[in-house]
Design a protein. Structure first.
Length: 295
């Protein structure tokens, strides 16, 4: 992975890291590299009266080898940020980078290759291929890229996700939690620069969700991977090294070494603010959500 061009700046969120403001305003440590980042990211859906400013000048980096959670009220732009940072959607203005590669500079084919080779995805709905076995699902991105799987790495992954006995099963024969563990193994199989997870525990009970979060945490701490996760759940966010908070399409806060209690308290502050401004400041209150879970 190449290093980013320079130090990353946020749009000036408050610092709740409890580090005396040392890190306030910077999205990565001074000596850190960002596996992914956006600079001045703005995304407007629609036009004229129907325009929705889903992201409004967000600058944030997701440091390599760290687990970052993105939180914020419903409609605050979390999924849009993740999708634009991961090259699944394009920004209206600003720039998104994976390592040193600016996504806006890539053509469709190059972008597809970059997503395939350098990014892993975990979605709320697992998105496994039902006709393939667990083993085939795990190596699918590597096979699509025409690469040879690193057997040792894949075996280590299978071991970590605890599905060694199930390798020849189809997704339909697994529980939701097991399917999501397969999805995590698939996301990590090609040793991507960064894994983006969008509400990975949204469809799971708390025990299965906890197992998936432990797995994502181990991928970072034991395997040196980078994970960026969108979540509504303060308990899930507490598994991360850092939480970045969005509100109304802006980066408003960040918190290192989060606990569920501190994250919950921070989210409650958004609820209070909502009651003051129930219609929302950006789009006249029209709710054009894409079907994410309720906050
Ligand atoms: N395809 C779209 N067309 C129009 N507006 C959209 C579209 N996708 C998202 N939006 C709007 O952009 C804003 C941000 O949406 P986004 O889904 O990124 O928020 P979120 O924080 O992930 O929400 P949730 O937590 O409810 O999933 C919302 O006002 C939403 O209605």
């Amino acid at each position: 992975m190449s290093r980013p061009a320079g130090p990353l700046r946020s749009t000036g969120p408050r610092d709740t890291a409890g580090d005396g403001g040392r890190s306030a305003g910077t999205a990565v440590p001074p000596d850190g590299t960002a596996a992914a980042r956006v600079e001045g990211a703005t995304k407007v859906y629609g036009s004229g009266d129907a325009a929705v400013r889903a992201l409004d000048g967000v600058s944030v980096g997701f440091p390599a080898g760290r687990f970052t959670a993105i939180m914020g009220p419903s409609g605050s732009g979390k999924s849009t940020l993740m999708h634009c940072a991961a090259g699944l959607d394009t920004l209206t203005s600003g720039a998104a980078y994976i390592g040193g590669t600016e996504l806006g500079s890539l053509g469709d084919r190059q972008l597809t290759l970059l997503r395939r080779e350098r990014i892993g995805f975990v979605f709320q709905s697992f998105n496994l291929v039902p006709t393939l076995t667990v083993a085939e699902n795990i190596t699918l991105p590597i096979d699509l890229a025409g690469r040879r799987p690193d057997r040792e790495w894949v075996e280590a992954l299978v071991d970590v996700v605890g599905l060694g006995e199930r390798l020849l099963h189809r997704p339909g024969e697994l529980s939701g939690g097991q399917q999501q563990r397969v999805a995590v193994a698939r996301a990590l199989a090609g040793r991507p620069d960064v894994v983006f997870a969008d509400e990975p525990t949204g469809n799971l009970d708390s025990r299965s969700g906890g197992e998936v979060l432990d797995l994502l945490g181990r991928a970072v701490r034991d395997m040196g991977r980078t994970v960026v996760m969108v979540t509504h759940d303060p308990g899930a966010a507490a598994h991360a090294d850092e939480v970045v908070f969005l509100a109304d399409g802006r980066l408003v806060d960040r918190m290192t070494a989060p606990t569920a209690g501190r994250v919950l308290d921070r989210m409650k502050a958004f609820d209070g603010r909502r009651q003051d401004h129930p219609a929302g400041p950006r789009d006249g209150g029209g709710d054009r959500r894409r079907g994410g879970a309720p906050a």
